[in-house]
Design a protein around this ligand. Sequence first.
Ligand code: MN
Length: 226
Amino acid sequence: MTAYLFDPPAVVSVPVQDGDARFPVRRILCVGRNYAAHRREMGGDDRDPPFFFAKPADALVLPGVDVAYPQATANLHHEIELVVALGAGGADVSVEEALNLVYGYAVGVDLTRRDLQAAARDKGQPWDAAKGFDQSAPISPILCGSGTPPQGRIALSVNGQPRQDAAVADMIWNVAEIIAEASKLWRLAAGDLIFTGTPEGVGPLVRGDAVEGEVEGVGRLAFKIV
Ligand code: MN
């Protein structure tokens, strides 16, 4: 048996909607600027393709857990996203084969320290501090299902007021294309989660806010900022 200097970190896992076995998380990839209207609201060029960044697995916020307003920001933003959960992996996967890697889908929020992101962008620095901080990735239970990806409504409200309301079908890269593109850059594996980007309407959260999100046909999530 391997001797460790201290207890290794626990495996992060997400509940599955129908079943007791949990989905063990390997890594979290995220797509940036995958909806044209959000790309415009962020000041992006309409010709720029989407791209990837990452969050650590232990940034996940599991169902029923509230989010402590993070340190080092005065402008925490919500980004509602469809999350793809992979049950298989591979490298250089074709678009035609990509959906075979899907285990299921979840609803996620890509919490963002927008002030740190803007500062990093201005200086040409990485986004890790803006995106990959503690409790930056609330997620719903995973819905098992590898058929046609969700296409319907994706929406988020804060204290009952609508903030984001769009359709998953508006994504620039669809789910199969996202998986194929990611597999050109990394060897994907079972346990990988991919946050697929947010539509327009991102905005600030403050302590006391109650956040609710949904993706039609996938599920809902709810948490408070405390
Ligand atoms: Mn995002």
